[in-house]
Design a protein around this ligand. Structure first.
Ligand code: ISJ
Length: 436
């Protein structure tokens, strides 16, 4: 594990102040594309971070849980008032897991990468707050004060709407290759080797010029108010961003909220979903896995008695809400390590499904379907990074997956991946996407 600015043994100083009414995203007009971005419009939770006061990086998959656990060791001294409900201060994520076909495009994001921004702006009630972070030694307090003043002096008060006009995207992906992989998965299911496996594919899209990622974020949050819009920028400028509906875990003290999200229909066919045996089986394996995984960590675990419909712009999902009260001493990092990957994005039985993906998926998922979000003392929110893309310049690689069980068909699953790709395509292109 590598700490770019050592956290252990180092003390950090932080300060904060209110900003006038505004929008965390609007800061991008003066401070540039943020290093980290997070927004859940319906929950009125939004945060943008610039710069990197500290970064914790895992270099090997085996180091990812320790990297996450180490974030709690941050020794932070607040000058003046302490915030009550600041998201973070660590923002980042990690890879889905092992891959059979490593893609160097993911290298700069690392196996796991957690950033403590130099400046963090977040929504608090009707206004904004800004915090700054710096190492204690060598004038930390002065750095914090000057950063806060600099941000206050330049921060725009307007809301940042998308401004660009729609552009045509060149798109490339292989339907025959994906359908052949679906067939292979269905054979493994028919042979009794697997009950469920979630197979993903990529789709390459290219715009006429470099994507304006602030515009893309503005569209993602506006078009997907029930989702978490996120962005993580790696040191080489590559950005991983998206708008995902799936919470891996929200931790507030000892209380955890999570959900099973699996089973999908087109918006027009939502009503049939609750009575559809294939989708109910696909969903049920996720509910059972999450309940069994949380029980050893929790005093009490409860779930909704039946799945409800979660209606998004392009798709409808089956959703079961799950809550747990953690045993004393159990941390958010332990909950993440235990839950990820759930059968909503991996499969069941878990290890067999993951090996099947390494051998047959033919894709480096990178951070797609991995945990992304924020973590701080006593609170954390990690989402499953779906409906997302890795973007560099004018090129974007989108990722979409589908849960396969007995009864799935290649054609229907291809269509489902097409539907799921619309959220990112609409945000990248800025216009409606026509699918034949
Ligand atoms: C794998 C994805 O989505 C997952 C798979 C679903 C399904 O197969 O029904 C539904 C929601 C997600 O848990 C994706 O969007 O890429």
């Amino acid at each position: 594990m590598k700490t770019l600015n050592p956290v252990e043994g180092q003390r950090w100083v932080a300060g904060m102040m209110p900003l006038a009414v505004g929008d965390p995203l609007a800061g991008a007009d003066v401070l540039g594309v943020p290093s980290v971005y997070w927004e859940r419009p319906l929950a009125q939770e939004a945060a943008a971070g610039w710069g990197e006061a500290a970064v914790v990086v895992a270099e090997e998959p085996s180091q990812a849980p320790a990297a996450l656990a180490s974030l709690g060791a941050l020794s932070l001294r607040w000058v003046g008032e302490e915030p009550e409900s600041m998201p973070g201060p660590w923002f980042g994520g990690m890879r889905f897991g092992a891959t059979g076909v490593p893609d160097a495009a993911w290298n700069a994001h690392g196996v796991a990468r957690w950033t403590l921004p130099e400046v963090l702006v977040w929504r608090a009630g009707t206004g904004l707050m800004v915090a700054a972070f710096a190492p204690e030694e060598r004038g930390g307090e002065d750095a914090v004060r000057s950063r806060l003043e600099r941000v206050r002096a330049c921060y725009p008060e307007a809301y940042r709407h998308a401004r660009g006009t729609p552009v045509a995207l060149a798109q490339a992906s292989s339907r025959p290759a994906f359908e052949a992989r679906v067939e292979r998965a269905l054979e493994a299911i028919a042979a009794g080797h697997l009950q469920k496996v979630v197979l993903a594919r990529s789709l390459d899209a290219e715009g006429p010029e470099a994507f304006d990622l602030v515009d893309v974020l503005a569209r993602l949050r506006e078009q997907n108010p029930r989702c978490a819009t996120f962005l993580f920028r790696a040191p080489d400028g590559t950005c991983f961003l998206g708008a995902t509906p799936e919470t891996l875990c929200r931790v507030e003290g000892q209380v955890v909220q999570t959900e099973a999200l699996a089973g999908t229909a087109a918006p027009g066919q939502a009503e049939g979903l609750k009575g559809h045996d294939k989708d109910l089986r696909e969903h049920d394996s996720v509910v059972r896995y999450i309940l069994a995984t949380l029980r050893p960590l929790a005093e009490k675990v409860t779930s909704d008695s039946e799945p409800a419909l979660l209606t998004l712009k392009n798709v409808v999902h089956l959703r079961t809400g799950i809550r747990a009260e953690l045993r004393p001493g159990v941390t958010a990092a332990q909950v993440v390590a235990a839950l990820h990957p759930t059968p909503a994005v991996g499969g069941f039985p878990r290890e067999r499904a993951l090996s099947f993906l390494v051998e047959n998926e033919g894709l480096d998922r990178g951070w797609y379907a991995g945990p992304v979000g924020w973590i701080g003392p006593k609170r954390a929110h990690l989402m499953v990074a779906l409906r997302s893309a890795l973007v560099r310049g004018a090129k974007a690689r989108l990722f979409v997956g589908v849960g396969l069980v007995a009864g799935s068909t290649p054609e229907a699953e291809w269509r489902e991946t097409e539907m799921k790709s619309l959220a990112m395509l609409r945000a990248l292109g800025g216009g409606d996407v026509v699918r034949r």
